[in-house]
Design a protein around this ligand. Sequence first.
Ligand code: BGC
Length: 734
Amino acid sequence: MKEVSKMSKRWALALSTALCAQFSGLAQAAPDGPDERAAKAVAAMTLDEKIRTVFGYFSTDFKGVARPREGVPFAAGFIPGVERLGIPHQQLTDAGIGVATQRNDKPRELTSLPAGIATAATWNPALAYAGGAMIGKEARLSGHNVMLAGGVNLQREPRNGRNFEYGGEDPLLAGIMVGEQIRGIQSNHVVATVKHFAFNDQETGRSRVNIKIDDAAGRMSDLLAFQIAIERGDPGSVMCGYNLVNGFYSCENDYLLNQVLKRDWGYKGYVMSDWGATHSTIPAAINGLDQQSGWPFDQSPYFNEALKEAVQNGHVPERRLDDMAQRILRAMYANGLMEHPVKIEPEKIDMAAHAKISQADAEEGMVLLANRGKLLPLTDSYQTIAIIGGHADVGVLSGGGSAQVYPVGGSPVPNEGPEGFPGPIIYHPSSPLKALATRLKARFIYHDGRDAATAARLAAASDLAIVFATQWTAEDIDQADIKLPHNQDATIAAVAAANQRTVVVLETGSPVSMPWLDNVGAVLQAWYPGTNGGEAIARVLTGEVDASGRLPATFPASEAQLPRPRLDGATLPKDARFAADYNIEGAAVGYKWFDKHKLKPLFAFGHGLSYTSFSYTDLKARPKDGGIEVNLKVNNTGKRDGKAVPQIYVAKNGAGWEAPKRLGGWQKLSLRAGESGDAVIQVDPRTLAVFDSKVGKWKIAAGDYTVTVATAADAPVRSVQVKLAAREFAAGGR
Ligand code: BGC
């Protein structure tokens, strides 16, 4: 009793003090937030200190320029701090799959997630977050406090060499998955960077291509992916891309940077340029670039002495320079960079635990594309299994370029790639063959697959054949077509002809064509599966885990089905300037284009088989919070535990959208054999709206909408109707 009354007296006292203070203005001021702290720091900075903060260096010797002494060696970037104000150095590392190293003899050997496209294929935001948290931790423990991760360019172009770094073709799926990864990275007091803003959807002529796209189409496609990723992840920075958009370089594009990003979306972080993507001082500064990156990549150190001079002579107002510095410092304060200084202490990384995080992501991202006659999961009934191709005896492939993560102990395969960037070709030493051999009694025989006839003879003499087909994709180079390279189609066809129990495992960064599809038993899309990729492949093939990935991008039947059957710029000289017309498809990217033109893809967006079966019942939908809430029951009707991914597609009855339907939401559910679960899915209002450029607002039209639960874009299960009232909301809203 005594205690209670003492407590309540204390509370009463505290309350009255607080109230008095509130009314007398004597309250202890709330601690400053990141805006106030940044503003105070900027006010204390000299002109030179501000200039230092907006000018970044490459942290690797390059073009005869030595890296800054205090930069982490062979890292992507360095910006000196201001010691007297407690502002630390910015140490920048690539990228979205883990901590990368610029090419050299002694790379950092760290954990690689599966490709970004594989993480998107999990449709499991919790895995994206966990992967982000893991690589963010490795970034911090290897001395970096800014991670250039958060690639969310939409897959408009299946031949794009960087599709593996991104989140697929749908703005909602890509935005949510990449946003979660960003949130995970930043949970380590490391700034993340959403990139490459915007429409940097092909590598061919990436610094010279002018992307033509209308405002509304852009806001309902690529820009929406960025908008959602930024809302979810709140990244400290945005990296502007190499390409031009509607006639202006992305990094000096008033429309992209000032109007869309900073005005309409209210973005408070900073815009850094891609390495070599700054082209001017005054236009870049005025049109929204806040930090030049990677000197000496650009032609000139535009944001160094030249910017100082432009400020001194008034071409760039000093308050604009203050705004640049404010945005950079705000991102640093908001993410706790001042309170949590980084140190190089890789010995603190729990490599085994991190490999498991990567493996969980890889396992859920694998997509079982076909499983004729239920060849998978593999049983223990085979005496001999032929493993053919893909260096599956020693490892798994990764994608190339600045995002390259190097494995512990090095690549088990001598580099087969280009001498310079974006090589080398790196395999992670996690052998699918060995992982299978520990799980199955069969005798395994490996053949490299280069000679189709020998591979076929081995397959004929085996009870089962597994062909590992690879497609190395990399930054700076697009694929010429969607075919598997190096004659692998011929090997697969010959093996399948020799043994009808043929399984194909694809380690590719992008969709590929499959002329042999009807003749093989099963196809597993394994993407680039990362550090423990071999284990992950074996676990999915043997059914230790369900196959629960779903395609985040359409697999076309041929290039003829694409908005651009020929890749723009592919036949032009290297230095040619050219345009790519994204208004051809506008916002009808991927499955939306296929729907609109009634094209039948090889595999639709959202497709993916499971080892069990599901039914979807009790579908209900009602207007809620300006969007729609969908409820349904998901039932595991099979004999195995598994994961379902009910997808909700929305359609406006009658015309008016860029395509017949859009993905409005989804949920991934883990269900035991025979178990049922409830899915509750909120449809993002923007997927029900059209952007009206004349008034700069999203508009939902009054009328009837069809809400469909489906297992893929081309596999509807059931639908209900919802009536919506007319509604409009701001460009930056929902
Ligand atoms: C890439 C960026 C990367 C940067 C720094 C550029 O070539 O486009 O994604 O972050 O290099 O390495």
